[in-house]
Design a protein around this ligand. Sequence first.
Ligand code: BTN
Length: 271
Amino acid sequence: MTKDILSKEEILKHSHFNMPEEKLILLKTVDSTNLYCKELAKSQPDHEVLVVADAQTSGRGRMGRTFFSPESTGIYMSLLLDCNRIKLPPNLLTVAAGTAVCRVLREICKIDADIKWVNDIFANNKKVCGILAESISDFNTNLPRYIVVGIGINISTADNVFPDDIKEIAGSVFPKHTTRNEIIAEIFNTLNGIYTNNNIDELISEYKNYSLVLGKKINFTQNGKEHAGIAEDINNEGNLIARLDNGEVVTLKSGEISLGSANFVKRGCCT
Ligand code: BTN
């Protein structure tokens, strides 16, 4: 494999959508590619960009967590999208991003990747990717005006480099015959194909095919109460439908569920 150095030219070469050069921003180090996009949305409205960094000093994760982002061994990318130009409802972009990453890891990297609702991607029993979608509301209407879709993938971070608090759970993809440039471009191509298409049934059906949780026992906390049940379905809004042990059916819109770690391996794959 050629040396895995990020290059604008290489990313653009693999992009199918004739992305104009000025729409791709490649940075050596940044605090967070999501924050960079949010600032850009404020300072230069009507800007749609893809921001990629070789390292982040304050990578942001869901629920106020950080995302470990060491240099040269990961993909840290954020797409700034104008809600008026995408066909998909903004709340489905996070599902779209998970689906795009999973498809690319499977097809290009040849990895058995699956999604743990909402959007953690697991391979070989380890979390290899996290996704954080953030919206910027219109000041007057309070409706989402821009969406920032941030994707972080551990590509070749060695196990002993992960900090103590995540080292049991985090892992890397270690793809053999591709580069970060190609993977970034393919994720962009795939995600672009999904949000310009608006085929929600097709999107949810693909997302469900990659799901690690459907049919499994799950635990979660809602309104301060702990619940246990079975993950039964994912609806067309990307919500998880769970049947509790007492028979009640609840719809989860966000938050986190937990599975026993043995459940991270889907039956029939990842052998
Ligand atoms: C999570 O696992 O909780 C979500 C992690 C999202 C990390 C990505 S890396 C690129 C983008 N910039 C950020 O600051 N966060 C996202």
